[in-house]
Design a protein around this ligand. Sequence first.
Ligand SMILES: C[S@@+](CC[C@H](N)C(=O)[O-])C[C@H]1O[C@@H](n2cnc3c(N)ncnc32)[C@H](O)[C@@H]1O
Length: 236
Amino acid sequence: MFLRIRILLITLSFLILLGCMTQDDSGSMQPIDGYPFVTSMEEINGILKYRGLDTIEFRKGEIIADIGAGNGYIEAILSMFHDSLIIYIQDIDTSVCNHSVINEVVDFYKEVNGRPFTNKFIVVNGTDTDTNLPDSIFDKILMIWTYSYLKKPRVFIKDVRDNLKEDGLFYVINPTQDEDEYTKSLRQKYGWNASPLENQITDIIDCGFELIRISRNYDVDGYNQPYFMVFKKKTD
Ligand SMILES: C[S@@+](CC[C@H](N)C(=O)[O-])C[C@H]1O[C@@H](n2cnc3c(N)ncnc32)[C@H](O)[C@@H]1O
């Protein structure tokens, strides 16, 4: 019994440390404990590794977008390891995704890095149906812990497709999402899709993508073991 409680507490503190979030029942799409401001390289590497972001190759000059980026901490952290990128930090929530918050986050991680960043950051706020990102310019689009909150996934993902270059890649990274009474209630109360993984994949494929890779991070405990999916545009 005590061992179980200890395991639960350790798992919870690990998830909080990673800045990850469970879908809470308050209607907020933001993490309960806020976004991470961490200084140790172990924690910083942990944030990237947990989401599989350490496996993505970013090439100098690429144009990247993160949709549902929150306060842009992932982009600030990625900028410690990757140079000369143009990064669009996109979110629907202007209270977390705005110039002043993002400057603060970028300045924090620049300080941790000990040298200036060479990446350029552009802040964009979208809607439930439009990313408001420019069309046909992105080499890579990331969507991390965000898919389940989309209210109109099939409309929104078609817009994402338009934003990508012909050979661009779309990365969808999510925790598991089972179909149960809880997810049904989230759908009813907030209009989020809260779709299980197979529906997410079907929706994205129906929007003109093909799934080219899927893997899962089994190195962490609990329901949050995230899936890492890579899609490219279907051309026929
Ligand atoms: C759980 S947070 C994830 C933040 C960050 N990607 C991470 O992994 O820590 C989900 C984010 O999705 C955003 N979001 C929800 N619907 C969106 C939409 N239609 N367009 C853009 N962002 C959206 C929310 O505002 C929130 O910032």
